[in-house]
Design a protein around this ligand. Structure first.
Ligand code: AMP
Length: 421
């Protein structure tokens, strides 16, 4: 137990963390260009924020939350997603009083007690954005474009953007009614989960991937069949904005997002080459959510992208990640006196902004040189008793193999000059 991590969690090891930094850097760049500021909210919240009294009927909230009572007997849940947290922060901190819309982004861990499989974890990470305070369809198009821009900037190819409109509180009851009457005679043939969805949340049946449910609901009325005039106009406008900038998308009338609070625009991005868990991101509009959690009315829209799945897709496509932790200089020393000089010098080099390292394992000179080679360092300094006596170091250029004797007093200058070349 002590040496195994909990199921569904991952260690991000030093050799992999560069991938995460790269994604975070590109995310930060995109957010700056699109005018989004970072928000950080707690990793745990009051359970009611996610279940919200009447109860969210989705699996994420009903079955997959990490919920526990704290020592004060309050029910606490680790966040399964961050939209509700951002909306809570918007209401609690009165961000609605600022000039609208408020555009924020986040990146961090989410927790779902899900069935673990490749691409499905219990602690996973999302990069997401939320825009609060505007109902303008241009915001929907901006958010969708931004997600696609992020993937493209990472070099991902072969992605499919699916979009749909799930309607609003006016047109959704009509769809629900039509759907239930269509499915009433077919309920028996649906999977167990969809049978239970029939009365709770029939719309989710459209999203089921089970063969028999797909077949039985093939001709079922879709959300777009039932849109009210406003919702239809909103959806058309979103598509028009996307068309105007040449965005490629598929209108997918069966797309219904995993959480109950979505209204109007819903979208999902699929990568065909990462196996069963092909969704690498998704989002949508949630115009009633601020009121549902007790705040003033404010429309909202956002996306959440799965970082683990994006990295998996990039690895499959053979995309490059910048390498980090490159050493500029390795100081190999022989003898106690030289080691003492090396210790002083490595301190000076680091203070001059040079990434430098010395031997910390008592290795032989030969083993130190081998170690330096493995690190692909640019320069190795060799300091033995004789070099110390003469106040010099031998500097070896690891690319050309050339060696030069440099006075110790001028070695920092010399290396700075060489590294700038
Ligand atoms: P959702 O919040 O369910 O819409 O998920 C948004 C994105 O987060 C998905 O497209 C996935 O890329 C990712 N994601 C969701 N659940 C998991 C999970 N259990 N493990 C890994 N990634 C996930």
């Amino acid at each position: 137990m002590l040496t195994s991590r909990p199921k569904g969690t991952n260690d991000i090891l030093p050799g992999q963390v560069n991938k995460w930094h790269y994604l975070e850097r590109i995310a930060g760049e995109i957010c700056r260009e699109y005018g989004y500021s970072e928000i950080r909210t707690p990793v745990f919240e009051h359970t009611e924020l996610f279940s919200r009294g009447v109860g969210d009927t989705t699996d994420v909230v009903e079955k997959e939350m990490y919920t526990f009572n704290d020592k004060g007997k309050r029910s606490i849940s680790l966040r399964p997603e961050q939209t509700a947290c951002v909306v809570r922060a918007y209401v609690e901190n009165k961000l609605f009083a600022l000039p609208q819309p408020v555009k924020v982004y986040y990146a961090g861990p989410m927790f779902r007690y899900a069935n673990v499989q490749a691409g499905r974890y219990r602690q996973f990470h999302q990069f997401g954005v939320e825009v609060l305070g505007s109902k303008d369809p241009a915001v929907d198009a901006e958010v969708i474009t931004m997600a696609m821009d992020f993937y493209h900037r990472l070099g991902l190819r072969g992605l499919e953007l699916h979009i749909n409109s799930v309607g609003c509180n006016d047109c959704r009851p009509l769809h629900r009614e039509k759907l239930q009457s269509y499915l009433a005679s077919r309920v028996e043939g649906l999977c167990k989960l969809c049978q239970s969805r029939f009365s709770r949340n029939p719309m989710r049946i459209l999203d089921c991937k089970e063969e028999k449910c797909l077949e039985l609901s093939k001709e079922a009325p879709t959300t777009t069949d039932c849109l009210c005039e406003n919702c239809a106009a909103h959806f058309n406008k979103v598509k028009q904005y996307l068309d105007d900038i040449g965005a490629q998308y598929i209108v997918d009338n069966r797309l219904v997002r995993g959480l109950d609070y979505y209204t109007n625009t819903a979208f999902e991005i699929m990568a065909s080459d990462i196996g069963a868990q092909s969704s690498i991101g998704g989002g949508g509009r949630y115009d009633g959510l601020t009121e549902e959690i007790g705040g003033p009315a404010a429309p909202g829209i956002g996306f959440a992208l799965g970082i683990e799945r994006i990295i998996a897709a990039m690895e499959r496509q053979g995309l490059d990640f910048p390498v980090e932790g490159q050493l500029d200089v390795y100081i190999a020393s022989l003898g106690e006196k030289a080691k003492q000089e090396a210790f002083k010098l490595v301190y000076t080099l680091r203070r001059a902004g040079i990434a430098a390292e010395i031997d910390l394992m008592g290795r032989s000179l030969k083993a130190q040189m081998k170690f330096a080679n493995r690190f692909e360092t640019s320069f190795t300094l060799i300091m033995g008793e004789e070099e110390i006596e003469r106040d010099i170091a031998v500097v070896r250029d690891m690319f050309s193999g050339e060696q030069q004797e440099v006075p110790l007093t001028g070695v920092v200058e010399y290396l700075l000059k060489q590294l700038r070349k």
